[in-house]
Design a binder for this molecule. Structure first.
Ligand code: NAD
Length: 283
């Protein structure tokens, strides 16, 4: 039996349609400010896609471009100005930053109420405490929604995440734990990952290694979420070998068309949430 395709593009479009309707009724366009430093090719593509998607739903974006020679102080000042600007609802800093810049210092400068990427320690800490952060990182939140389309009740599920990054693996583990899953986070130093994934009801691959997960890594009927975006022989592919696993898994996200579109849709949703938060008292 071939696995059900979890269609991220479709779900993302329905989120964006709903947002477009909401935005059309607002007195003012919500605004997302994007900080991009240097000329990383993948980052430039991601930023372009975010701006395009925002345009399509009537959300305003302002791009702040900096040369890779920019100093940390200059960036901190720019973020301070955005924090203080009432017209700015959401701020994101496209990662990765050049190695000479302290990513944490820059992210920590963003006002948590405008931190629509959900990376500020206030937001990650509140998530960790199972309280209400202002924002949850878009990729893990999008993944939760994708999983729920095929598995509405997550309680007691055994989930293995491959990859422990700050932007995907760790917040996702917390979200799953908060939904009563048993979560194993694996990383580059984990031994015998295959032994762990073979027992999992759900496997999320977010490590950036093309086609790492093969058929003999998963159990029959597992749900597979592929976060990876890799370029292999001129083509985009994920961290899961789609062709190899599709007859064993019960459901799987494609690459492209799975997690990627959801990440953008949730970022836009977070920006509209930010607008609503900041304009609450004026309603
Ligand atoms: P990262 O480099 O910050 O972290 C990678 C993690 O994977 C680390 O914890 C590392 O230890 C682990 N890892 C690396 N090789 C491994 C291996 N062979 N076995 C087990 N674990 C291994 O990466 P990231 O920013 O979290 O991104 C991971 C992948 O997801 C990349 O391909 C990235 O492009 C993609 N990504 C996609 C989206 C999206 O919206 N679809 C969003 C973010 C990241």
């Amino acid at each position: 039996m071939s696995a059900q395709l979890i269609d991220g593009r479709f779900l993302a479009q329905s989120i964006k349609d709903a947002l477009a309707q909401q935005i059309a009724k607002l007195p003012q366009q919500p605004r997302l400010d994007i900080v991009l430093v240097g000329h990383d090719e993948a980052s430039e593509i991601y930023v372009r896609n975010k701006i395009k998607a925002a345009d399509q739903i009537g959300l305003k974006t302002v791009l702040h471009l900096f040369d890779e020679t920019v100093s940390e102080e200059e960036l901190l000042q720019a973020i301070e100005a955005m924090n203080n600007d009432k017209m700015v609802n959401g701020i994101i800093v496209q990662l990765p930053l050049p190695a000479n810049l302290d990513m944490h210092r820059i992210i920590n400068k963003i006002d948590p109420c405008k931190d629509v990427d959900g990376f500020h320690p206030y937001n990650t800490g509140m998530l960790q405490n199972n309280q209400n952060p202002y924002f949850i990182a878009a990729t893990p939140l999008g993944i939760m929604q994708l999983i729920k389309t095929v598995c509405p009740n997550l309680s007691g599920k055994n989930v293995v995440i491959i990859g422990a990054s700050l932007i995907v693996g760790r917040p996702l583990a917390t979200l799953l734990l908060n939904q009563e899953c048993t979560v194993t986070i694996t990383h580059i130093h984990t031994k015998n990952i295959k032994e762990l994934t073979r027992r999992a009801d759900i496997v999320v691959a977010a490590c950036g290694v093309a086609n790492l997960v093969k058929a003999d890594w998963i159990k029959d009927g597992a749900i597979l979420i592929d976060v990876g975006i890799n370029r292999l022989q001129g083509k985009i592919c994920g961290d899961i070998d789609f062709a190899d696993v599709q007859d064993i898994a019960s459901a799987i996200t494609p690459v492209p068309g799975g997690v990627g579109p959801m990440t953008i849709a949730i970022l836009l949703q977070n920006t509209v949430t930010a607008y609503n938060l900041q304009n609450k008292s004026e309603k």
